[in-house]
Design a protein around this ligand. Structure first.
Ligand SMILES: [Cu+2]
Length: 161
């Protein structure tokens, strides 16, 4: 006896690639947090990863928060072993890419903080992008972990020539 069964199974992946290329802003904010600083500190920084699933480059151009009188976009660079912060006009978020705001790199500087930060507090931050879109997020306050790169930076700044 010889029987053949032909079975054609159309397998649909559960993860169908999303292939929409609208000009719409497709930014997502991941893992935002605000550095827990001592209660007497007037400044802190917010960090996050901004993902751009869109097909055009975007820029973060402004950040605002009710907890700080002044909010600036900053870069952090190692200049001859000295870590320096500098205000920047914008932070690039490449198409199909991401901008990482992290200790030792780009960050949102919160200056003249109006209230003492407590671990777990949710800090509202409004982000504005170059296409006119805005995103309102809440970033929890937490202690910044010491990353290997941050540690290296600190070692560098302590080095004597
Ligand atoms: Cu800064």
């Amino acid at each position: 006896m010889y029987r053949t069964y032909f079975r054609f199974a159309l397998l649909l992946s559960a993860a169908i690639p999303f292939a929409s290329f609208s000009a719409e802003t497709r930014l997502s904010i991941n893992d935002p947090y605000v550095n827990l600083v001592p209660p007497n500190s007037q400044v802190s920084a917010a960090f996050m990863v901004i993902k751009n699933a869109g097909s055009s480059d975007r820029k973060l151009v402004k950040a605002e928060s009710p907890i700080a009188k002044t909010v600036e976009l900053h870069s952090h660079t190692n200049e001859n072993g000295v870590m320096k912060m500098r205000e920047v006009k914008s932070i690039d978020i490449k198409a199909n890419g991401q901008a990482e705001l992290k200790p030792g790199g780009y960050h949102i500087m919160l200056i003249d903080i109006r209230q003492a930060l407590k671990d777990g507090d949710a800090i509202p931050i409004a982000l504005s992008f170059d296409d006119g879109s805005k995103q309102q997020i809440e970033a929890p306050v937490r202690k910044v972990p010491i990353t290997p790169s941050a540690e290296k930076g600190m070692e560098h700044s302590g080095m004597k020539h």
